[in-house]
Design a binder for this molecule. Structure first.
Ligand code: ARG
Ligand code: GLU
Length: 714
């Protein structure tokens, strides 16, 4: 009987909790659409992605820095016929910061443009629409043969890519970009339209948009109102154009309807956007390096920096404004990697990978052709990986120490520009722009405190060969020595720095390079390149092994549906709203409500404060039409969709393609999903769209924005 119950339970679990692993390509959904329909989707593949009709992808955007137009740092969606875009608060935070000052502290107080003319330009931030995507593997691999050297292969591929990108961009006026998929085995082209005039429309105060702060980051249950509104502007012909006062709101090919109805456990969820990077097909030894070498370096070194920055932020309001976003980005990876490491260990991922490798070994062993092709692959890969790992560790230590020291990092960038071949005028302009950015949110004391600690850690952890000689001679005084260099440098005094670079000519370069910090940075840069050059050589070899290892996995497990690793291209993922067991005896339900915000506030934790106005609305209660049938106000929910960094702001759709939420995070127990997805514990965290509507309408009183949207209620 017991066994029967167990096996029935097994079937039940298999039927209800689908392993929703996978970030699928929008133009290749045929192999998924059957499963998606079984899970509850009411749409066709063409409703999601089409080049013939308007479809959901036409309302999904990627956020980019205009100088890196193919690296989507966040995702978002269009929610009105006037180009209104919703994304996460943490995605727009930098823009909010740019417009904030002690007098107008939009970070603390929020920002709401009550009329269109109040909307604020989001300098250098652009949004892109994917116009189409296609498999161009044949074109890119033209002329490539299995017998050619890796170097020749890569040269040929790169030249084929540039030619194709140029031809398509030139003929369409759009931006074509070819990316490698399946570990460099296939190539697909994405063609984007990129809009440069994007403006900030509304952002809740930090105490809503980042409620729970770093305490709750990566954590469920979550109560963060992580959303911000932007608007896309276009020229009078509705085309992408640089910022101009004459631009008008953009009419996108599609905008989303918003489903403001109540959600339920098990509801189907569809999610789209631009996931950045995953590594799902690594061999066991690479996972071991992540778990035991790379993740611990970041966790250990950043932990202390974060403590120092937070202490200074608490002591000084000015430092708090300047370092809010910097501290958040340092803490983000720090905390995530702790979760990743625990998940990899608890779910025995290394053992599971080893078991797969044994299966592959057996598959190879029974066939002479397979033996010839793959017989020695894993052994050789492991040997080369050991070489790579040594350099990668050394490089990470330099990155985490010296290039996480703000002034040394800037100094290193300036050195590189000054050594470059551009004209004096270009060099001057570039450095002056960096200086303006740098001093806008810089605090010398904090940087010195952080740097001192990092140098201390470096001394303990780095190989002697990678300790710059000037530090070897001052030995245990190295931390204070480096901090003193920062204080003595011309970069410590913004006026001096601006003067030096405003008057920069090749002749004054010597003088700048004699600055003690520039000299020291030259030593660091030399150490760095001594590590990087052999590392990159080794990386080329390990990449080639990984390419072949990917081929092996696809051949050996031919029945498995493989999705390509995330690479900042458009992806579709799907799953269900699902509670989960994070650990023994603990169950997390799938929804949070506003009551949870005030339970947390009572705990007197630094990150848990909510605006009085929110409390009044809660106590009234005054939730408008946005609450659940039982009168509670929804805030967050979790689903089994497979997501990663870059998916922030991704729209979450219901079975009919209406917007029900915004992705903004994953649960800490499941951040291992970048390496291996585990349906038991991997969940993404979404903001219930009803909470955003409630904040816009009831909290901010920005009715004009609600009026733009198409909301489907009960
Ligand atoms: N963990 C989320 C992401 O990776 C949110 C980060 C921003 N929030 C924060 N409290 N740091 O982007
Ligand atoms: N917050 C992340 C982002 O900025 C999403 C969380 C994740 O890594 O899944 O994209």
């Amino acid at each position: 009987m017991k066994r029967l119950i167990v096996s029935l339970l097994g079937i039940f679990v298999a039927l209800t909790i689908r392993a929703n692993e996978g970030m699928w390509l929008p133009f290749l959904l045929e192999s998924n659409i059957g499963e998606m329909s079984e899970m509850g989707l009411h749409l066709t593949a063409e409703d999601i992605y089409s080049i013939n009709q308007s479809c959901l992808k036409d309302a999904v955007v990627g956020f980019v820095d205009l100088d890196k137009p193919f690296l989507h740092f966040c995702s978002g969606s269009v929610i009105s016929a006037q180009g209104l875009v919703i994304t996460n608060h943490h995605c727009g935070l930098d823009v909010v910061r740019q417009h904030s000052s002690l007098q107008n502290d939009y970070i603390a107080d929020g920002f709401w443009a009550m009329q269109m003319s109040d909307e604020l330009s989001a300098n250098n931030v652009g949004v892109c629409f994917l116009r189409w995507m296609e498999d161009v593997t044949g074109k890119i691999l033209q002329g490539v043969s299995d017998t050619m050297s890796v170097k020749r292969r890569n040269e040929l591929i790169n030249s084929n890519i540039s030619q194709l990108e140029k031809a398509v961009s030139d003929s369409t006026g759009l931006k074509a970009h070819v990316d490698a998929f399946y570990c460099d085995n296939e190539y697909y082209m994405s063609v984007y339209e990129i809009f440069e005039d994007v403006r900030l429309v509304g952002a809740p105060p930090m105490s809503i948009g980042n409620f729970g702060g770093d305490t709750d980051n990566w954590v469920w249950p979550r109560h963060t109102g992580d959303f911000t509104l932007f608007r896309i502007y276009a020229d009078s012909a509705n085309h992408a154009a640089p910022y101009s006062e004459n631009n008008v709101p953009y009419k996108a090919d599609n905008h989303l309807k918003i489903n403001a109805k109540e959600k339920h456990e098990g509801d189907f969820a569809l999610l789209m956007g631009y996931p950045g990077t995953t590594n799902e097909y690594l061999p066991s030894f690479a996972v071991e390096a992540i778990q035991d070498v790379y993740d611990p370096i970041v966790v250990d070194m950043r932990g202390k920096s974060i403590e120092i920055i937070r202490k200074n932020m608490r002591a000084n309001q000015q430092v708090k404004i300047k370092y809010t976003s910097k501290a958040a980005s340092l803490a983000n990876a720090w905390k995530k990697l702790q979760g990743e490491r625990n998940g990899l260990k608890n779910k025995h991922v290394i053992d599971k990978k080893r078991a797969l490798e044994r299966q592959m070994g057996d598959w190879i062993a029974v066939d002479t052709l397979r033996k010839a092709k793959y017989g020695s692959l894993l052994d050789n890969y492991a040997k080369e990986y050991a070489v790579y790992k040594k350099y990668r560790r050394a490089k990470m230590l330099v990155d985490e120490t010296f290039y996480n020291s703000e002034m040394i990092d800037l100094c290193s960038d300036i050195r590189a520009v000054l050594k470059g071949s551009s004209s004096d005028e270009e060099k001057r302009a570039k450095v002056l722009a960096w200086l303006r950015d740098f001093y806008a949110d810089y605090d010398l004391t904090t940087d010195c405190d952080v740097t001192e600690n990092l140098v201390d850690e470096y001394f303990v952890n780095a190989d002697k060969a990678h300790v710059p000689s000037s530090l070897q001679s001052v030995k245990e005084n190295a931390p204070e020595y480096v901090a003193a260099l920062l204080k003595k440098s011309l970069l410590a005094d913004s006026a001096k720095a601006f003067t030096a670079f405003r008057n920069y000519t090749e002749k004054t370069r010597k003088k700048i390079e004699n600055d003690p910090l520039f000299k020291f940075t030259a030593e660091i840069d030399a150490v760095y390149s001594n590590i990087k050059t052999p590392m990159q050589k080794s990386l080329k070899k390990t990449d080639e092994f990984q390419r072949r290892f990917m081929q092996l996995q696809r051949e050996c497990f031919a029945d498995k549906r493989f999705f390509p690793d995330a690479n900042s291209t458009f992806r579709v993922t799907y799953g269900q709203i699902r509670s989960f067991h994070p650990s023994d005896a603990v169950v997390y339900s799938a929804f949070t409500t506003l009551g949870g915000v005030f339970e947390k506030c009572d705990m007197d934790v630094y990150d848990y404060t909510a605006p009085d106005r929110l409390k009044q609305l809660f106590e009234a209660p005054d939730f408008g039409p946005y609450c659940n049938a039982d009168g509670t106000m929804p805030v967050g929910f979790i689903t089994t969709c497979h997501t990663t960094g870059g998916n922030s702001g991704s729209p979450i759709f219901d079975a009919d393609g209406n917007l029900i939420g915004l992705n903004f995070d994953r649960v800490w127990e499941g951040t291992m999903s970048d390496i291996q997805f585990d349906a038991d514990i991997c969940r993404n965290i979404g903001l219930d769209i009803r909470y955003a509507l409630f904040i816009i309408d009831k909290f901010a009183g920005a009715q004009r924005l609600i009026d733009e949207m198409e909301i489907i209620g009960d």
